[in-house]
Design a protein around this ligand. Structure first.
Ligand code: ADP
Length: 491
């Protein structure tokens, strides 16, 4: 617990926060990092949009006095919003909600609507405005992905007059550089940058583009990303997605911190969602979870048949094209089953629906989002497949390790940092990694996993090695605090 002098003041603005609003790992990280900081005694104020999805949770939400009807002009739009307050379920962390139904009461968290930029410009400016109204002088403004990546520029320009922020340092965390928030330059007026507009990337402006994430990379005092390997990978042409040159200029301020896992949520010993709990010492419950999962997903119930699980957004990044190239052929040749949960691009959904029909009893697919089923698959599968083209951190492979579900992953990003190659000669290692992003690579990895599975004693050793790994937020959160404290020293 930090003492009042040492405690950090942090404002964290995020477009996702589990379980209030989640499409991916960003939600898990924002929630876990905030809760970790709060539990460690730091003063953290979190701001999230009050999306329609938040309403379904039935939380106690109260308006913050004096922040009911705030007007903000953004270009031609006069926006009215309020700030509400709730508590993150299962914690005592206060969460502030940006209430603006005109922008956030929509079917989905992210949209393709014409005002997507405006929604997150509002979030970014409202976070700064909220600090001003509260008289809260953050040591650190913690920004996440493109949605809040304009905050560093705002702090350094439009709001630099305000002494409240004189010692504030901004940290931009990149969860996935593939999403940069690129908008046509006609939205410029909506940013309300005034004279500071010349701080935007001028070549982009000439090309008619404003790139939110790039702006954050240019102006954040520090940049973090979610694994050490990804921090190196994004400096190169292959994974930098056009930002690698800028990132190389800022390499001294770029840090890779692996995400932590929320073991209160993801632990087979205590998980209330799975059919039966189990421990590394007594794994009988895992077999029950496997047979129940097979039943539930319409697979032939066969406890001895290796079961591969996938839980994923179905997008190009996740390497589903390799699954298309390899898994049907492997199902022809080898005796194993596969259980898939995910939604995303139509072609991949169509593929898994086809696979299910082509291999009834051995391939199953649930199209959609189900946290419950994600837990069931982690607990019930023997192996977990993540053949990602790139993976900034990835959480499921770390969940899998804890659940004794051996990860089969491509050696990239956080997958490379959290899974160690299983070595049959020493019994060391926690999973199977393949290097080359092609069908041969995945074929090799799956084949190897099935071979290792055939050696029960060795398999149990690999499973046990994985279950002993610790990626808790206690360790990973402390790295953020170290960085935040170092930045505070520079103020
Ligand atoms: P990303 O953020 O790129 O989607 P991560 O592995 O970092 O990948 O985080 C994915 C998170 O989203 C995990 O908590 C995973 O369980 C969850 N998830 C992804 N797809 C689904 C789905 N269809 N149903 C339930 N949970 C899902």
């Amino acid at each position: 617990m930090s003492t009042p002098d040492t405690r950090l003041k942090v404002c964290l603005a995020s477009s996702e926060l589990a379980p209030l609003a989640k499409t991916g790992g960003l939600a898990d990280v924002s929630a876990a990092l905030s809760a970790y900081l709060h539990d460690s005694g730091h003063d953290v104020r979190v701001l999230l949009p009050r999306y329609r999805q938040v309403e379904s949770l039935g939380l106690d939400i109260e308006p913050v006095p004096g922040m009911a009807n705030i007007g903000m002009r953004l270009g031609h739009d006069e926006i009215h919003y309020g700030i509400d307050r709730t508590v993150l379920p299962g914690t005592t962390l206060p969460v502030y909600l940006l209430r603006c139904p005109a922008l956030f009461d929509r079917d989905t968290i992210y949209t393709d609507d014409h005002d997507e930029d405006l929604r997150y410009v509002l979030l970014s400016r409202a976070a700064i405005d909220m600090c001003q109204r509260m008289g809260f002088a953050p040591d650190i403004f913690s920004c996440h992905d493109w949605q809040t990546a304009l905050i560093p520029l705002y702090l350094k320009t439009v709001f630099s007059w305000d002494q409240l922020f004189a010692r504030t340092r901004s940290v931009l965390t990149i969860h996935n550089i593939g999403y940069q928030g690129m908008f046509p330059s006609w939205i410029l007026d909506r940013l309300e940058l005034g004279d500071a507009r010349h701080h935007l990337h001028q070549d982009d402006l000439k090309d008619g583009v404003i790139n939110f994430l790039k702006t954050g990379v240019m102006y954040a005092d520090a940049i973090t990303t979610v694994s050490p390997t990804y921090a190196r990978e994004i400096l190169g042409d292959d994974f930098g997605m056009g930002l690698n040159h800028l990132l190389r200029d800022r390499a001294g301020s770029l840090f890779g911190i692996l995400n932590g896992v929320d073991y209160a949520e993801w632990n087979p010993e205590t998980d209330t969602r799975i059919p039966v709990n189990y421990t590394p010492e007594d794994m009988r419950g895992k077999s029950t979870c496997k047979t129940r999962l097979m039943e539930e997903m319409g697979l032939d119930v066969d406890a001895g048949r290796p079961l591969v699980g996938i839980v994923s957004r179905l997008v190009g990044q996740k390497g589903i094209e390799l699954v298309e190239q390899v898994v049907p052929a492997m199902l022809e040749q080898r005796d194993f089953a596969i259980a898939v949960l995910g939604s995303g691009e139509r072609r991949y959904e169509d593929f898994f629906n086809w696979l299910k029909d082509r291999f009834p009893g051995r391939a199953s697919y649930y199209q959609g989002f189900s946290n419950e089923l994600a837990h069931w698959i982690e607990a019930g599968a023997d192996m977990f497949l993540m053949p990602s083209l790139y993976e900034p951190c990835g959480l499921n492979q770390m969940y899998s390790l804890k659940y004794g579900t051996v990860p089969i992953v491509r050696e990239t990003g956080g997958l490379a940092d959290s899974v160690q190659q299983a070595d049959p000669s020493t019994g060391r290692g926690t999973g199977i990694l393949f290097r080359d992003y092609n069908a041969e690579g995945l074929y090799w990895a799956l084949d190897r996993a099935l071979q290792l599975y055939g050696n029960a004693a060795l398999w149990q050793t690999i499973v046990a090695n994985g279950m002993r790994q610790d990626f808790s937020w206690d360790t990973q959160g402390a790295r953020y605090v170290e960085l935040f404290e170092a930045l505070r020293q520079t103020a």
